[in-house]
Design a protein. Structure first.
Length: 554
């Protein structure tokens, strides 16, 4: 029979803490209720304590497992019912019956746990207090510094230990215990000195940061060194929500929702005007990119090398247009062989090595000459040379450094050096090179700067004369200390004891030729045409002249 019906039929009432039961003989009686359920159990039925309970307590154990993908909270102890099973949050999977862990199905990736939080990034929302803020409203060191630097009437001093221990020589703990925890403003500053926007008197506040002790062992706000106040974030800035994310394993990089093999770039992968950020493995625009009319190199750092384009000059970090002269066509008396790749013959002078082997070969092709290269030729000048009849072009690499040092008639085969026409053509920095006097002319070419955008002009070469009428000067020094001066033609079978073997240099005027002799009575000759011969040009005859002849150039 149903116990409830028994209760109604017999109108039986039990004492407090008892319940109505029916024994085997069918008698209705009262028995004590069982003990309350344990801490890991819940009571599954209703058993009033007033004696009207018609059944004993039914205690069931709380669940210790959940279906796949669900967990329970072991601290959850609901009354009268079992614990609930809850699904794992998005991006997580079941690790145990009571916990979930972040996971990712993306290949070559690993899960990470991140937290979202607010930050004290608005000065106007920060407040001043004479109490130490709770941890959830306390500024970080970086936020404290930003707060100070944004207010012209505040001065950021820094971390307590950084700011004072080196100057005062006291222990770090001494200062930790004098200043309040977190961000504080010291030296005569209080809330009455602040109108909500600026401090009311100049540079009243020095801002410090201290995180070396707790709220009970350090200085208090409103005290500090004098009457300092604490800066508090107006809202909770502690981490609030745990979120799952993912990142790629080492050797892989994130591309959309996948991890792909990371290919390390080299500087050669970057374009001009870019540099390689090795940490980011990315070509980035140079910090100094954007200079107009400039050409950039591939940078090794964020600041790339650059140079102004042709026709522009650097002025205060910019490229400004410059006026340039242009090379003229070779006038009468001058040579640069302009129609042959802007080159010129160089005679009776040192080679300048302005042409490479490939330039020299190209020049030979353009003039239809044979081209010969050699590693070492002691009779030829170094670099590119050409026979007087333009039949053969040579390039002497001079690997052993023993090439003949002079072009033109001074060398064994009268080879002229071939040079590129070049130099500086800016009106403000004008110095063209590559010109020489043509055959039948003598002198030193000089260029005169042009008007903006025009051709420059040449002077200095004059046609060879046949009659010797100018002044020949022999020098004891390098074109200094005149030794013998002679107008027109003349000779001496012996220069005399005081002048013998003293000649070091000379000037031979146009129309004259000079024959120098090692010995008296015109023995041991060497002939020089018109020109200026310094000590180096006279090499081999310096301090050896005993007699001479000055004659017409014919």
């Amino acid at each position: 029979m149903n116990p409830h019906l028994l209760y109604l039929v017999h109108e039986k009432t039990c004492k407090k803490g008892e319940n109505i039961v029916v024994n085997l003989a069918g008698d209705v009686c009262c028995t004590p209720l069982s003990a309350p359920c344990g801490p890991l159990q819940y009571q599954a039925n209703s058993t009033p304590e007033d004696g009207s309970a018609v059944e004993d307590r039914v205690c069931l154990n709380y669940r210790t497992s959940c279906p796949s993908g669900q967990i329970y909270d072991p601290s959850d102890t609901p009354t009268g019912k079992d614990r609930s099973c809850l699904p794992c949050p998005a991006g997580q999977r079941k690790e145990s019956e009571t916990s979930c862990i972040c996971y990712t199905d993306i290949a070559n990736a690993r899960p990470i746990l991140s937290k979202t939080s607010s930050t004290c990034d608005s000065i106007k929302e920060n407040t001043l207090h004479t109490r130490i803020p709770p941890a959830s409203h306390r500024l970080t060191k970086e936020e404290c510094r930003s707060y100070a630097e944004a207010d012209p009437y505040l001065e950021w001093v820094g971390d307590i230990t950084e700011a004072w221990t080196s100057d005062w020589g006291a222990s770090a703990e001494y200062f930790w215990r004098k200043f309040p925890l977190g961000c504080s403003i010291q030296r005569r500053c209080d809330t009455s000195a602040y109108d909500g926007n600026v401090w009311l008197y100049n540079r009243c506040g020095e801002v410090f940061y201290n995180d070396h002790f707790d709220e009970t062992t350090g200085g208090k706000c409103g005290r500090g060194r004098s009457d300092g106040v604490c800066v508090e974030c107006a809202y909770d800035n502690t981490p609030t929500e745990a979120l799952c994310d993912w990142e790629c394993n080492s050797g892989y990089i994130k591309m959309g929702e996948a991890c792909v093999v990371e290919v390390r770039l080299t500087p050669g992968d970057c374009k001009t005007g870019e540099y390689l950020d090795t940490a980011a493995n990315e070509c980035k625009a140079c910090d100094n990119a954007g200079i107009a009319n400039a050409t950039y190199a591939v940078g090794e750092s964020s600041t790339c090398d650059w140079e102004c384009n042709s026709g522009y000059s650097e002025v205060s970090g910019a490229c400004e247009h410059i006026a340039l002269c242009s090379h003229p066509a070779a006038p009468t008396g001058y040579t640069n062989l302009k129609n042959w790749n802007n080159v010129e013959f160089k005679a009776d002078a040192k080679p300048s090595l302005s042409m490479s082997a490939s330039d020299c070969s190209e020049y030979a092709t353009k003039i239809g000459a044979n081209f010969i290269t050699n590693d070492n030729s002691k009779d030829d000048p170094e670099g590119c040379t050409v026979k007087p009849d333009l039949s053969t072009v040579y390039f002497n690499k001079n690997l052993d450094g023993g090439a003949y040092p002079w072009c033109g008639s001074a060398n064994k085969y009268n080879l002229n050096c071939v040079e590129k026409l070049g130099g500086k053509l800016s009106l403000s920095d004008f110095a063209p090179t590559g010109w020489s006097c043509a055959d039948g002319y003598i002198g030193t070419p000089e260029a005169q700067v042009c008007s903006a955008g025009g051709e420059y002009t040449l002077s200095g070469c004059e046609k060879l004369k046949r009659i010797c009428s100018g002044k020949t000067i022999f020098y004891d020094g390098d074109l200094s200390k005149p030794l013998i001066t002679k107008n027109g033609r003349g000779s001496s079978r012996w220069v005399g004891r005081s002048k013998n073997d003293r000649l070091s240099s000379m000037i031979v005027p146009n129309g004259c030729k000079v024959t120098l002799y090692y010995h008296a009575w015109w023995k041991g000759p060497k002939v020089y045409g018109p020109g200026t011969y310094n000590q180096e040009a006279m090499r081999g005859f310096t301090h050896h002249m005993s007699s001479y002849k000055i004659q017409n150039l014919r």
